[in-house]
Design a protein around this ligand. Structure first.
Ligand code: DAH
Length: 338
């Protein structure tokens, strides 16, 4: 009997009671009608008289230890339950991500902002185009090799329909639908059948610029782009023009800026030349005016086109174009404050 009691006492002392369910099991084991304590009292009758006093005290001690344990555990478990309930503040906002602007949108908006300060509006055109607007009207003759440089996605059932390869197609739509003077920006997505890599993607974004009026010269084009480069990067940015070829402009040029990563000293971004190309431009070819019903004797104009990904990569020193399309929150979060 005494051994049983001290074994139970040990068990009571060791009992941890991690939950209200465990505590209830404990109560049933010892205190219920068929539990161990009533069983001890039942057996007490058979204890020899001279031991009754001692054994009786021990059973009472055990019973008290059980009651104490139960009450202290109960306090602890219910109050920790209440405590967690108290710490839930129902007025707190849910733990969610606050949306951020995509870096390409940030830069597109900045480009629009810079040009809108000097009088440019914004126009848009369709992503699914026809051959006329994407090529023919832009002075790409049928079967001209310049078409091959564009890696075009055609619609299989109709070779006349394609995904626009550049935003220059929107120049045509604007000139068909409005009269000079024109001074507008044409931002949008463009598509080319290129293998995806750190430097190329089959979808990317361009902003095109177009100005048409009675006395627009190459000097206007240069001055506008000088202004743009200094606003977009910084005032120290140097600019140079190199002669180039585009079917829809004559003369044509490409514009480089002094590498904003190394400041022109030479690094792997500028391939140690100190210069990076950021756009193509030129004077609108008279044939293009003709194709859009604009009098090429009366009007002149300039156009330019740039890749938004490229400008963004230079501005924020991003070295892999694929990052723009993965939507990895760790990447996007870095533009939170912009
Ligand atoms: N469309 C050309 C391209 O995608 C970029 C371009 C070059 C646009 C010269 C122009 C321009 O308006 O004048 O490579």
């Amino acid at each position: 009997m005494k051994e049983r009691i001290s074994k139970y006492l040990q068990e009571v002392e060791n009992f941890k009671g991690e939950s209200l369910e465990q505590l209830e099991d404990f109560r049933i084991r010892f205190m219920s009608k068929k539990g161990l304590i009533p069983a001890l009292f039942a057996d007490f009758r058979n204890v020899p008289n001279e031991e009754k006093k001692e054994v009786g005290q021990q059973i009472n001690m055990l019973k008290n230890a059980i009651l104490e344990k139960m009450s202290s555990l109960k306090d602890k478990l219910t109050s920790s339950d209440e405590k967690t309930r108290d710490t839930i503040d129902l007025t707190l906002p849910v733990d969610s991500q606050v949306g951020t602007r995509h870096p390409l949108s940030i830069v597109r908006n900045e480009i629009i902002d810079i040009f809108s300060r000097i009088g440019f509006s914004v126009s848009e055109g369709p992503e699914i185009e026809d051959d006329f607007h994407n090529f023919t009207a832009l002075n790409f003759p049928p079967n001209h090799p310049a078409r091959d440089t564009q890696d075009t996605f055609f619609i299989e059932t109709d070779p006349d329909i394609l995904l626009r390869t550049h935003t220059s197609s929107v120049q045509i739509r604007v000139m068909q639908n409005s009269k000079p003077p024109i001074r507008t920006l044409l931002p949008g997505r463009v598509f080319r059948n290129e293998a995806i890599s750190a430097r190329a993607h089959c979808i990317f974004h361009q902003v095109e610029g177009l100005a048409v009026d009675t006395d627009i010269s190459f000097a206007d084009l240069k001055h506008t782009l000088y202004y743009f480069a200094k606003e977009m990067f910084d005032k120290e940015t140097k600019v140079r023009f190199r002669p180039s070829y585009f079917p829809f402009t004559e003369p044509s040029a490409e514009m480089d800026i002094s590498c904003n990563i190394c400041g022109g000293k030479g690094c792997n971004i500028c391939k140690y030349t100190g210069w990076v190309e950021i756009l193509g431009c030129g004077m609108v070819d008279p044939n293009v005016f003709d194709n859009c019903g604009i009098d090429n004797q009366k009007y002149t104009g300039y156009a330019f086109g740039m890749g938004i990904e490229r400008i963004t990569m230079l501005k924020y020193q991003i070295n892999d174009l694929r990052l723009f399309f993965e939507n990895d929150i760790r990447f996007l979060k870095q533009f939170e404050s912009l």
